[in-house]
Design a protein around this ligand. Structure first.
Ligand SMILES: NC(=O)c1ccc[n+]([C@@H]2O[C@H](COP(=O)([O-])OP(=O)(O)OC[C@H]3O[C@@H](n4cnc5c(N)ncnc54)[C@H](O)[C@@H]3O)[C@@H](O)[C@H]2O)c1
Length: 252
């Protein structure tokens, strides 16, 4: 088996994804920042510690785009770690929605981005790592507490997609266990990313924070620390699991 420390972070230009890129780069990984927004991905790349990092454009909602991007990356050296941090609600945060009136188009776009797109990334990465096995191969999906909670802060499609990721994580973990590839889900509650701050005011933020037992939002650094642990060698016996980083907004 080859050994490599290259991590592919899909959604690597985002609030959580960029933090994951920085965390993994600081731990010596060569990082590929993969995102739909390649300009923002380049900015993340420019700030990464160390060398050997790369950037690629991909659209997770198009299977062919995912496949092409992952094969290109593979050609320049295989990655041992896949983190999927793209996604988010398509319907604007704070907008009240209801199952009876939720638009079919919003449903389709949310499921494509948060579920089918994740499956495409997992499937292609699995094919590559089964063809060329690498020690300590890891898949880390970014889920959400919204996958286990209902409420005004989420919508029917987003909650459904994030709940489905729990099943995707477990079945992929089962299927890939024999190859030594672990698959886990990191499920944050509300995280104080730049995007989150742009889309909320102080009143909304404190309202959301008050739902957590710790009475605060998580930071992107706290989420990326969890991702880095799951990606580490020390986490070799953890698979099919969900790591909740949610301030106690939901306790298992
Ligand atoms: N921020 C939170 O409070 C929070 C809470 C729980 C879960 N999450 C989850 O964490 C993940 C990251 O959230 P975030 O807050 O960093 O969001 P973000 O919007 O800051 O980042 C998402 C990234 O995904 C990229 N992206 C969007 N569509 C894409 C596509 N079709 N193909 C490839 N890339 C695409 C965007 O360009 C962006 O860089 C999401 O899955 C989100 O559901 C976030």
């Amino acid at each position: 088996m080859m050994e490599d420390r290259r991590a592919l972070v899909v959604g690597g230009a985002g609030g959580i994804g960029s933090n994951v890129c920085h965390k993994l780069a600081s731990q010596g990984y060569r990082v590929v920042v993969a995102d739909f927004n390649v300009e923002a991905a380049r900015k993340v790349l420019d700030g990464l510690h160390g060398s050997g990092h790369d950037v690629t454009r991909l659209d997770v909602t198009r299977a062919e785009s995912v496949r092409t991007a992952l094969l290109d990356i593979e050609a320049s050296g295989p990655a041992s770690v896949l983190v999927v941090a793209s996604g988010g609600p398509v319907v604007h945060l704070g907008q009240q929605t209801h199952v009876a009136t939720f638009g079919m188009d919003d449903w389709d776009r949310t499921i494509a981005l948060n579920l089918t797109g994740v499956f495409c990334c997992v499937q292609t990465f699995a094919q590559l790592r089964l063809a060329v096995p690498i020690e300590h191969s890891r898949i880390v999906l970014i889920g959400s507490a919204a996958g286990e909670l209902a409420g005004n802060g989420t919508d029917i499609a987003y909650g459904t997609a994030k709940a489905a990721l729990l099943g995707l994580t477990r079945q992929a973990a089962f299927d890939l266990a024999a190859a030594g590839i672990t698959v886990n889900n990191v499920a944050p509650g509300p995280v104080g990313t730049p995007e989150f701050f742009r889309n909320t005011n102080e009143q909304i933020r404190s309202g959301i924070a008050s739902l957590a037992a710790l009475k605060r939002l998580a930071t992107p650094e706290e989420v990326s620390a969890g991702v880095a642990y799951i990606a580490s060698r020390e986490a070799a016996c953890i698979t099919g699991a969900t790591l909740a980083i949610n301030g106690g907004i939901h306790m298992h």
